[in-house]
Design a protein around this ligand. Structure first.
Ligand SMILES: O=C(O)C(=O)C[C@]1(C(=O)O)C=C[C@@H](O)C=C1
Length: 100
């Protein structure tokens, strides 16, 4: 006997509430990270430092991959995630509307 969509939704609802709450936390952490990146962007502009810092970004990815592996997350997933975050960092740091 196949369960109805309504029953499935009821049975998944408490797990989905946990996911919604964790997603909110994730976005809040990303917001905090990007606000620090914005501060770094202002500093770099004042001091003529280029936004892209490949050696530092390699450290960031390596550390995240190691932490991810302890959580059972694949290196591929963490690398893609950090690359996506980094792309946004570079966009923000290159944004000429950043005040300095
Ligand atoms: O550490 C810096 O210089 C940053 O600007 C932060 C950050 C990052 O998002 O982690 C962003 C750009 C750089 O290429 C390296 C790292």
């Amino acid at each position: 006997q196949t369960k109805s969509t309504a029953v499935i939704n009821q049975e998944l609802s408490s797990s989905r509430k946990k996911i919604d709450s964790l997603d909110k936390l994730l976005i809040s952490v990303l917001g905090s990270r990007q606000r620090i990146v914005q501060e770094i962007g202002v500093y770099k502009k004042k001091n003529n430092v280029p936004p892209l810092q490949p050696a530092r970004f390699k450290e960031v990815v390596d550390r995240a991959v190691a932490a991810g592996s302890k959580e059972g997350l694949s290196a591929e997933f963490i690398t893609e995630l950090m690359n996506s975050i980094h792309k946004e960092s570079l966009r923000m740091e290159s944004d000429t509307t950043v005040k300095n």
